[in-house]
Design a protein around this ligand. Sequence first.
Ligand code: ADP
Ligand code: ADP
Length: 244
Amino acid sequence: MSNLRNVSFNDLFAEVKRRYECTKRPAMNVIMIGPPGSGKGTQGPKIKDDLCVCHLATGDMLREAVAKGTELGKQAGDIMKRGDLVPDELVIGLIENNLSNPECERGVLLDGFPRTAVQAEKLDQMFVSKQMSIDRVLEFAVDEDVLGERIEGRRIHQASGRSYHLKFNPPKVEGKDDATGEPLMHRKDDTREALGKRMASYHRDTKPILDYYRQHGNLRTFNATAPIKEVEGHIEKALYSNMI
Ligand code: ADP
Ligand code: ADP
């Protein structure tokens, strides 16, 4: 939307209407936490559109840096391929640099961050200094047996981070992104071997953060093993109902 003259009237009107609808919803800062393959990247775009917030996905940002061959990408590429976590200071820097984007004015949707206690503490500090609050933490609770098939069949559109699945969420045209028609790719770390490491790190580094958010009363846990549409419903309830 950078040059509005080139946007068709219908597209522009639809966008204005969507943003108007957003103003009727509460402004919110939301964190998504769940193991690899639990559905964060699939549900993220819908939550982002519904709430008119920015979607900050550290995995997508890091993959972009790797693809562009930036200094950050050079530091992160091999670590990611192995399924290990990249150093805290690198991802914290990414979030810090993006939190003030105009797109984040109404709130942020954090995807894949925080993943360690250090990141969670640093996020708290950033939010306090910007007078922001964490309104919801969404826990994607999933039966781990389904994750191997999910990540092996996952295909992504690199530029946008849009996530598809060969069987569970196929694109309209095989191998192509629905919105742009560009080719889809299989992530280098979407192997059973790297998944094992990523699950170990999820249990060791990330799960303890959930206890912290549970104590603060903003954690909402739902069944993410359910089909995609059903998970959408769980998320709506988690976002808009005040019941824990
Ligand atoms: P998934 O969606 O499968 O959970 P992501 O796309 O979020 O995976 O992340 C891919 C990889 O990027 C991780 O395995 C890790 O190497 C790196 N990464 C992403 N976010 C973080 C983070 N917050 N801290 C450390 N490493 C991260
Ligand atoms: P994450 O971002 O948490 O790593 P994704 O959203 O990329 O996970 O989902 C992993 C894979 O599983 C993708 O191929 C996606 O299409 C598929 N998927 C996501 N949610 C579901 C679901 N509820 N049921 C079946 N497949 C799913």
